[in-house]
Design a protein around this ligand. Structure first.
Ligand SMILES: Cc1ncc(COP(=O)(O)O)c(C=O)c1O
Length: 394
């Protein structure tokens, strides 16, 4: 590929998202990688390392995105693309040995929690959930005075949807002392905002569906590591379990990645503006946004993130006629610009009451609304919110 890892290390990530993963410079060749639609590759004799072989083992369309992601996360090896974020979660959890202990945030993304809970119910692993923002509580779960030390620490920071902030550096140090691997779900931040490998994590996970692809039109996942043995294990899992990316989706993800820096810059700035305004609104009972000075995660986020992301959560007040949850549902219905839909990280602003999902942990408040701020004009977004909040009084 035309941008080497060494060259990328000298460039701003804003440049790397544009320059990474392009084909070699050669007269009259395309500047974008092609989509390769082939389920198999010519070959005779024994397959050797590096041979593509078959479409479930490798596809050249994955390579540019996997290389770009490695360059952005500061990894020494190409990333691995998966069919979805949860396919990547499944592969990462396969690193827990049979019966091993997994320590996971009690407010991880619900799908990751459901998968871990189901594996624990079958006896495949032992699951311990913990408030990931409480460093001492996590340490106690990693290496308890009695009981098994952990095999894996799962970090999500900020958490989805409670926006808890983990002290990634302190937790990875403690996990490694206890002999545990660390996987960090970096979906909410992207490598432009937070680089978990540089904070000590062994593996970084992305739902590429969100910010990296950025247009709410593909479902994909990825893992990144600098450890050759871990990568080989993960690659083997991907081949054998088959959670591979379609070539068209992989190509779209690289296309989306090109504008990541601009999208993040805009959506983070708008989220900060909206958080300030919402925190002063009488209908808003409470707000979580790590960029607010009085947010419990503010100082920690400032120390390990470049910006504060563009997700915010509010809880709505109820009144004599309706509960906070009903007010939340009414707010979402009254919006004309914000899209009432799940997911996050797209160019369009999305909003939903999280407990509409039956799998959402009951500890997520019923009146909590998660907002993913997109790249629309911030005053238009605010005007829409204001009219919908006002309609609650009507
Ligand atoms: C933090 C986080 N991790 C993982 C996932 C799963 O990703 P996907 O939906 O691409 O399978 C999600 C999806 O919402 C998520 O928010």
């Amino acid at each position: 590929m035309s941008l080497s890892r060494e060259h990328a290390a000298d460039l701003s990530p804003d440049t790397v998202v544009v320059a990474a993963g392009r084909p070699e410079r050669s007269h009259d060749q395309p500047v974008n990688p092609p989509i390769v639609l082939s389920s198999t590759y010519f070959g005779t004799g024994a397959l050797s390392d590096g041979d593509r072989g078959y479409g479930r083992y490798a596809n050249p369309t994955w390579d540019p995105f996997e290389e770009a992601l490695a360059q952005l996360e500061g990894a020494e090896l190409p990333g691995l693309l998966y069919a979805s974020g949860l396919a990547a979660v499944s592969s990462a959890l396969s690193l827990v040995p049979a019966g091993g202990v997994l320590v996971m945030p009690s407010h991880s993304y619900a799908g990751s929690l459901v998968m871990a809970t189901e594996l624990a119910a079958k006896g495949a692993l032992e699951l311990r959930t913990v408030d990931i923002a409480d460093t001492e509580a996590v340490k106690a779960q990693l290496a308890p005075a009695e009981g098994k030390p952990a095999s894996m620490l799962w970090i999500e920071s900020p958490t989805n949807p409670m926006l808890g902030i983990a002290d990634i550096r302190a937790l990875t140090t403690a996990a490694h002392e206890a002999g545990a691997l660390v996987v960090t779900d970096n979906t909410f931040s992207t490598p432009l905002v937070q680089q978990p490998l540089s904070l000590g994590s062994d593996v970084v996970l992305h739902s590429v569906t969100k910010y990296l692809a950025g247009h709410s039109d593909v479902v994909l996942g990825a893992l990144v590591t600098s450890d050759p043995e871990l990568r080989a294990e993960l690659l083997h899992h991907r081949i054998i379990h088959g959670g591979i990316a379609g070539p068209f989706e992989a190509w779209l993800a690289l296309r989306g990645l090109r504008t990541l820096a601009l999208r993040i810059e805009r959506s983070q700035a708008s989220a900060a503006t909206l958080a300030e305004r919402l925190s002063a609104h009488p209908r808003v009972e409470s707000i979580r946004f790590p960029g607010l000075q009085n947010d419990p995660g503010h100082e920690r986020a400032k120390s390990q993130m470049k910006g504060f992301g563009s997700i915010l959560c509010i809880q709505l007040t109820g009144d004599g006629t309706r509960s906070g949850a009903e007010a939340a549902d009414q707010l979402v219905r009254a919006l004309r610009l914000w899209l009432p839909a799940t997911s996050l990280g797209g160019v369009e602003s999305l909003i939903e009451r999280r407990r509409r999902h039956p799998a959402e942990p009951l500890s997520v408040p019923n009146n909590l609304v998660r907002m993913s701020v997109g790249i629309e004009n911030v005053e238009d977004l605010w005007a829409d919110l204001e009219q919908a909040l006002k309609a609650l009084d009507g």
